[in-house]
Write a protein that binds this ligand. Structure first.
Ligand SMILES: OC[C@H](O)[C@H](O)CO[C@]1(CO)O[C@H](CO)[C@@H](O)[C@@H]1O
Length: 507
């Protein structure tokens, strides 16, 4: 091959890599590594959403020396990244996960009258210098861009190597700050109380749910029950590794909280999302909202997060979601009080494609396309009859890359009643990544299902039955971006497509 041709093809390869697609609706770091969201809060004075995140600015993979990366947004969609907000004071030290509160009444004494009450920001996070994990405080007087570490840190030290991830909130009813934090490998969510964010008193332990290897990233939020003016408390908990589907999982409990102890309404374990890539959920603090709480997760799984294809950055956050509670049909008999989720984002619709009331026949396909590789879709369908074994009646949604060679598949088998998500890839051989994720979803009494999904370059967030179940998964084409979307069946007169619509998005 002549040298010029070789150089040209090399240049193309480099440009293709540099031109890699970044998600448009999901936050990704300019460079380096991202995992857990941290310190999520809403600035009521300047109407700004703040996210911090576990950041390794040096390399696109996790290392012990971690910072709190920082970004802000006016619409929970378009983010501006800033300088890291909290940094290690010593080499090899980790500023690990934690949370932020607005201490408007200056209970901590960190502030003087020159600091606007809405800008009295206090972060609580885990410091891991190597062997033990302690909780530290830091305060910001500029609205959350730079922080000063409390000179008498740590604020909480139980001489443990597995004590981390403080999520702090103000509990009005008992007039105190409440911290949930894990004793990770003792399967304890510990609850502490404080008057000043500096002195913490142990209140109670909570230990339940799917254990996995260890507990991580707890959180306690008061969540409204849809259609009522009542609320229940939701205790969030991450486990990793050891999720039922492998690696990382976010679970939650529904119950009551009196300022000292959380009591679950039942002993059932509920998962926030049943995809592979939805971890370390944290809710925003300081949000004045009566119709739900807003939270963000990390869209990956520790089984392969450090190894997925990347250039000089790796990691993304899932879209913000609104969470409420409702009584959800989980089988023909039971309505279970469960989280109901919906994504929050702002985007322009560049094109809408829609088909209604189509009885799909074997070999038929409804075909739409996306120009941007970013789209939302709605699929409402009904299964028209019962199936005789050993038939395998599938309804499949294929999303094919603009390279025309690679597809991912989201589908359903009528007799099993479970949805699957299959993400074959040519660029990432990893045994934990390749397993198909499945979800059992209860249809309506008339065997109807509805699914809403957002696809954003290489991540798909699915919301089943009006968000009563969600499944978040990342995927990797070798090049190109989502281009063709096809709905197909291998069976006659079984699937009635009541509505299949696709809205191509741009920001
Ligand atoms: O290799 C990191 C290890 O898997 C930890 O279990 C990850 O822990 C979490 C959860 O992802 O990330 C944070 C640190 O980056 C830590 O604070 C939190 O518990």
């Amino acid at each position: 091959m002549r040298l010029s041709v070789l150089l040209f093809s090399l240049l193309c390869a480099v440009l293709a890599c540099a031109a890699e697609v970044r998600p448009l609706l999901h936050f990704t770091p300019e460079k380096g590594w991202l995992n857990d969201p941290n310190g999520l809060f809403y600035d009521r004075k300047d109407d700004i959403w703040h996210i911090y995140f576990q950041s390794n600015p040096k390399n696109p993979f996790w290392e012990k020396e971690l910072h709190w990366g920082h970004a802000t947004s006016k619409d929970l969609t378009n983010w501006t990244q800033h300088e890291s907000a909290i940094n290690p004071s010593h080499r090899g030290e980790g500023i690990l996960s934690g949370s932020v509160v607005v201490d408007r009444n200056n209970t901590s004494g960190f502030f003087n009258d020159s600091v606007h009450p809405e800008h009295r920001i206090v972060a609580l996070y885990t410091r891991n210098p190597g062997l033990i994990e302690t909780q530290e405080a830091a305060y910001s007087v500029d609205g959350g861009y730079t922080f000063t570490k409390y000179e008498k840190n740590p604020v909480l030290d139980v001489k443990s190597s597995q004590f981390r991830d403080p999520k702090v909130m103000w509990h009005e009813a008992s007039n105190q700050w409440i911290m949930t934090v894990v004793e990770a490998q003792d399967y304890q969510i510990q609850i502490y109380g404080s008057d000043d964010l500096k002195n913490w008193n142990f209140h109670s332990n909570f230990s339940a749910g799917y254990p996995g290897f260890q507990f991580e990233c707890p959180g306690l939020s008061e969540v409204p029950i849809a259609g009522t003016n009542e609320t229940k408390w939701v205790l969030f908990l991450a486990i990793n590794p050891g999720a039922p589907w492998g690696g990382s999982a976010s679970q939650y409990f529904v119950g009551d909280f009196d300022g000292y102890e959380f009591k679950a309404i039942d002993s059932l374990t509920r998962f926030v999302d049943i995809g592979k890539d939805y971890y370390a959920l944290q809710t925003f603090s300081n949000v004045e909202k009566k119709d739900g709480v807003i939270g963000i997760s990390w869209a990956s799984n520790w089984q392969y997060a450090n190894k997925v294809p990347a250039s000089n950055w790796r990691g993304m956050l899932a879209m913000a979601r609104n969470f409420t509670l409702d009584y959800v049909s989980v089988n023909p008999q039971k309505k279970l009080l469960s989280l109901v989720e919906s994504p929050i984002f702002e985007a322009n619709v560049s094109k809408t494609s829609e088909k209604k009331n189509v009885k799909l026949q074997k070999g038929d396909s409804i075909e739409f396309e996306t120009k941007s590789g970013v789209f939302e879709f709605e699929l409402d369908f009904q299964t028209m009859k019962n199936i005789t074994y050993p038939e395998q009646p599938n309804l499949d949604l294929y999303i094919t890359s603009s390279n025309g060679k690679e597809s991912i598949r989201f589908g359903f088998e009528a007799d099993v009643g479970a949805f699957y998500f299959d993400r074959p890839t040519n660029v990432f051989q990893n045994p934990y990544y390749s397993n198909v994720v499945t979800a059992n979803i209860q249809p309506t009494k008339k065997y109807e299902y509805n699914i809403y999904g957002v696809v954003d370059q290489n991540v798909i967030e699915l919301f089943f039955m009006n968000g009563t179940t969600s499944s978040t998964n990342i995927f990797y084409f070798s090049d190109g971006k989502p281009s063709k979307v096809e709905l197909k069946s291998n069976y006659n007169d079984l699937f009635k497509i009541q509505k299949f619509s696709l809205r191509d998005l741009s920001v």
